[in-house]
Design a binder for this molecule. Sequence first.
Ligand code: SAM
Length: 205
Amino acid sequence: MNQEEVKTIYTKYSSVYDRIFSHFFFPRIKLGINKSRISNGDRVIEVGIGTGLSLPLYPRGCKVVGIDVTTKMLEKARGKKERDKLDHVELIEMDAENLTFEDNSFDHAVAAFVVTVVPNPEKMVSEMKRVTKAGGNIVILNHFCSKNLFLSKIEKIFSPVCEKWGWRSDISLDLLSNHCNLHLSQVLKKHKLDPWSIIIATNNK
Ligand SMILES: C[S@@+](CC[C@H](N)C(=O)[O-])C[C@H]1O[C@@H](n2cnc3c(N)ncnc32)[C@H](O)[C@@H]1O
């Protein structure tokens, strides 16, 4: 998917996104944010924040900058910010692969269900590492393809079909540890057979 295709798909999802996905995504984002060391006084960037499902989960004493490329998804997040008076949250339309922030601007970074959506996940992770201080947490939630050779082959075959729905299914966890050189401190799942993983990585730059 190129960025225009991503925007088209997520513009269509925006009005129904929370109804379809929040039941699956919200409890896992909650677990990821709870396991991270985000605390009062920290500056956090969340890339691909979408409709802002995560917004109520951040401590009000931290500063959260949420970015996304899809205007309509961000509009939904802005609605939540206004409704819940989340003055510690700033929402900006921006490409996660080309962040306009200075190096080391944030203490921690979060990407929930975005790695398999962006056209170039390595670039996105390298941008997250760049803008986050050394030793900070990089929290990534996603489905990663199976380590089982047979299942991963099936996931690779189905990836073009998944792309029509707005994500790829052919990205493995190796992408983060090897290609992105991330130190994965914790790899968690909500339950043993959960298709989604919660990664807490340390920014080892
Ligand atoms: C599956 S949604 C996840 C949204 C949110 N993180 C959540 O957990 O509900 C993927 C989001 O990534 C955004 N996205 C895709 N490519 C992006 C990019 N290059 N930069 C910023 N956001 C992007 C989409 O617009 C969409 O809002």
